[in-house]
Design a binder for this molecule. Sequence first.
Ligand code: NAD
Length: 746
Amino acid sequence: MKLETFSWEVDGDGIAHAVFDVPGRSMNTLTGKAVADIIAITKEVATNEAIKGLVLSSGKASGFCAGADLGEMGDRAGSGGDAKKKSVDELKKEQFEAGFSLNGTLRKLETCGKPVAVALNGLALGGGLEVALACHYRVAANDNPKIQFGLPEAKIGLLPGAGGTQRLPRLIGIQAALPLILQGEPFDAQKAHAMGVVQELAPGTETVARAKAWVKANPKAKAPWDEKGFKVPGGVPHKSPGVGQVATMSNMMLAAKTYGNYPAQKNILSCIYEGIQVPIDAGLRIETRYFINTQQRPEAKAMIRSLFLSTQALSKGANRPAGYPKTEFKKIAVIGAGLMGAGIAYVQAKAGIPTVLVDVTMEAAEKGKQYSVRLVEKDISRGKLTKEKGDALLALITPTTSYDDVKGADLVIEAVFEDEALKAKITQAAEAVMGEDAVYGTNTSTLPITGLAKASKRPANFIGIHFFSPVERMGLVEIINGKETSEATLAKAVDYVLAIRKTPIVVNDSRGFYTSRCFGTYTQEGLEMLSEGIKPAIIENVGRQAGMPMGALEVSDSVGLDTALKVGRATAKATGFDYNEAPLGKLMAWVVEDKGRVGRKAGKGFYDYNEQGKPDRLWPGLNDQIEVKIDECPPALKKELTNRLLFRQAIEVSRCFEEGVITDARDGDIGSILAWGFAPYTGGCVSYMDLIWGIPAFVAEADRLADKYGERFRPGKLLRDMAAKGETFYERFPPAGEKAKVKEPA
Ligand code: NAD
């Protein structure tokens, strides 16, 4: 038997040992070749009489298997986008055989009449755990703290399609299995053992021997569900009222949490509910049907691409210009120890980088460091950090008022008030002591980088490094190139973001850059609706149901209504629009200037807030100013408002491409999800246009909205051109590496 991803040997007792070890990879995944090998192994074990049983294990220190190969799967996913060419039934029929191949094979292995055990020394996730669940016996290492088991498919818009939805509930009961499959959270070996997912724990050096011993001692192994009289632990929904209630509640909770936006979770519930009522062979076929249905949805392709492939690529620095040596940061100065500076100092120290924290007074600088003290104390009290490590982290932050301490820094991050003149002063003071190669990064959220760089003697070393609040929790950093920023400076900025373990996107200069500019359109559209007399609660509910993390009015409150008014006026001034006379401008001036309701920070804005700063209720006084004209939301209106809220953002994103603010589709998607929480099931703003709508349909709908509500929805030249050529953003704005490939002479 010729295998490419497994080694194979049979001992003197006829026990086969197959060691999973995909060549050239640090982790095993279920590539097409691995699946072909599992098919071959199954056939051999089932048909070769000399073989008495099988033990599976892994040749990788990292674990058994991380699941499906998402790179390969991403290419296949989303074929339902072509559903217009073929009916879903035709596609289902065509794809059933392919979709069932691993599922059917694992069932053959499980019923081959010979015992099969697996030794799990590290992680077994997704398809990796499903292979293990199809074995009769599972031994897990009890001495690897990094071991992880789980079925995380739902997190990227898929459902476990190799038996996971059928075997796990039959093994541990529906109630225990449902959250593991719906939420996809991993669990460790001890929990796996306690739940009965693995039968035995042993030191990592002994797992294979124990698995072999079990195989030898159990020549006639069967899965529990193949035993006569098998009953699902805890019962099944159609027979046991308790479990029936769990199924109903899960449905309701899912609807409340996801508003039906995630087809995978809906399908998982149906698949478990239907599959558990029939024998496992029928259950597995039901699972494959739901798996294919899920995989065909454009949401699946979008989520696999954005939430897994692109996030991973950008987190590894996919947008870093090549050819510059990697910078190791020995010292970084943060100027301005307020909300942002304090958070930035903390993430740097957490990454082990010596940090100088500068402010105008020692009191302000010390106060900035106290932010880290509080976070460290919290982690120590929760057992997440030892006192020694906490002290070492804090010792890396030096509060100061002196620019002498900035000398020798590889990088300076400026985070003082949003004031152009003040920022210019800081640039000059810092540059007076900075080394020749040191980079100056400003954390401005709105001021164009090229303008701020005018204060610099070395604009090539000047760049925007835009963090999000709270810094320690937000995973994204937006890097902004000014007109004169050099590639070497960009490479250093990317190295910095990777060093503090965040995900960088790289954009070009523009008012509000990429994220602030596009994010603002969501709140603006919500405010437009308010000024049209749509009941505030409708605006908020539709926003959340569209997949946004908060309603547009609540977001406006968190940003600060005074800030929104200021930005609205400044943007209007720059664009020649008469904001003050527009209904929206009047409404904002009334709320902020007449009523003094500036948002969450004041405990009052569009909402009233409780003492914990949580929104209590929408402010009833709002109704005094707006005349509520629409206070019911039938499905057609909900659809219309949803499209307005999402299109408004997507159109702005398309303008950012058109103006060269973003040049890589991945930056657009990942930025929109991580910076402002754009409906993750769409894969981000770009995939929303490319996949969920398709560019021609998106353009037609945007034109309709523009005719009805205003030019803010009108598609630009780029979108029209793409629609005419049948192009997607991912084709027109591919990753930098692929662009280079295109340019290469044949
Ligand atoms: P903040 O008011 O909390 O802090 C500003 C700090 O700068 C204060 O501690 C102040 O004492 C200090 N400062 C003022 N003048 C100084 C000087 N001459 N030398 C040294 N320090 C001086 O403001 P913030 O919210 O931390 O914002 C800082 C910057 O980050 C702004 O440009 C803002 O636009 C940007 N930003 C803010 C957010 C946010 O959510 N707050 C998000 C991204 C970016």
